[in-house]
Design a protein. Sequence first.
Length: 318
Amino acid sequence: MNEEEKYLFDLRGYLVVKNALTQEQVKDLSEIVDEKVNGLEHHTGGRKKRHHQRGSDRTWFANDDDMAWSSPALLDWGGPFIDLIDIPTIAPYLETLLGINYRLDHDYMLISNKESSHPLFLHGGGQGAGGTLDLVGPTDGGQCYYRYSNGRFFNGLIAVAFELNTVSPGDGGFACIPGSHKSNVEVPETCKPRPPFEKRATGLPGLAACEIPDFVDRVTASAGDAIIFTEACQHGTVPWNTESDRERRTLFYKYCPHAVAWSPCYYNSDHYEGLTEHQINILMPPSAFGPSDRTSIIWKKAQAEQAELMRLRAKGNE
Ligand SMILES: O=C(O)CCC(=O)C(=O)O
């Protein structure tokens, strides 16, 4: 991360990393998304509708009988999705913004197209500015933080958003209030799109594209670019322009310092094949000790016990 990028990240709370993915990676990932998304089509009222999300913040299971740690994740799609855990074009940014012991907390995919045009819901916000409107604002214990001191960045959560298709001006997509990661004042009334989480119902109004204030940056990117942002920066999704023939396909990989956890579910590195030592460390559950020998013994044991349980259950079902 060069000096200009450090300056801009501190100033605005986000950066666009050009060509974070090679065109070959974009192609490989897109082909898998095509295959999986078609498989996920479901019917609503006689009309075929595409699921817009896969993976999750890992706060829910796909099935009631899912085992612990098996909440939906993009990593389950394997291959190039596993590679993204730790790629050389992104790793130096994560090290600078989070320190060397960072972990992947959760991942998900967002697809926007002609059929999906949700209102803007801004969330996040440094210094508690997200307030009670934030998803985890009332409960996060201050983990949505941004700080720079003694020449180091400190972030409670860093999102890496890989764009698989180009997002041009006017399309919609990622947007944020630059600098809001350092603001001390709550988001203005004009940007309060939804009531508190517990009072939400579907279809509540947010901000339509035409109502979005000028101080919100609508960020464009080319296929293969990655938008890196701190969750402390107020951000959200601008409704997709239904006139656009393009589809937005974004893969989010969200990282935090090793001692921090957002998701109540952890990855189980046994579920994925061919991981490097560094990838295993990045998937480790949280602790203030980082991926040390002491902590890995504990998690290896937990994973071995889960494997044994799966084996016994499978045997019981024979
Ligand atoms: O890129 C976007 O559409 C925003 C996604 C978002 O709000 C989030 O991941 O928290």
